[in-house]
Design a protein around this ligand. Sequence first.
Ligand SMILES: [Zn+2]
Length: 182
Amino acid sequence: MVKMFLWRALNNLLSTKGHLRRKGVVQDSACPLCGLEEENVAHVLWNCPPANGVWGCGSIKFQKRCCGGTNFFNIFEDIVKRCDRFDVERFAVTGRRLWLRRNAVIHGEPFVHPNQIMREVGAAIEDFQRANMVDEHETRQAQKGDSALWQPPPVNSVKINWDATVDHRNGRIRLGCVVQNS
Ligand SMILES: [Zn+2]
C-alpha cells in the first residue's frame, strides 16, 4: 500500500485538484486545506501549512527540510540522498497518512491533530516493517524452492518468470522476463 502510494505520488498520479483541473474534471485547483495555492503533490504532501505542521512534529531530519521544493520527485530524491532506509520509509508512510487525512477532510471528517498523525505513523511503520520482513522471508523461501523444484515445461509449452523494480531516483520502471521451453 505504501509503495503503491509512493509510486503514484512520484509519478504525479494522485488526484489532486491541480491534476483534476488539467484533466478538465474540476475548475478550481486551489488546495482544499489552505486555499493558498494550487494543490499539487508537492503542495499537499510537503508545502501546505497543515502538512508542515505534521512534519514539524516528526524527525528532525524532515523538519530541517520542511520548506521549498515544488516538485515532489526532487523532494523525495533529496530525502533518499540524505536519509537512511528507515527515514525514507517513515517519510513515505507519513506522506500517505497526510494524503488520507486530506481525503477525509474533503469528505467532511474532522481534521486530525499532527500528534495523532505521528502516533498513527509510528504504528503503521511497525506494520510496514513487519510486512517487509515477511515479504523478504517469502522471497528467499520462494527462491530456494524454485531452484530445488524447477521442472521443464511440457512439450509445446513455455515457462515465464518475470519481475519488476521501480527506480524512484531516475523515474524508471524495469521489467525482466525469462521464457524457457526446455
Ligand atoms: Zn494547502
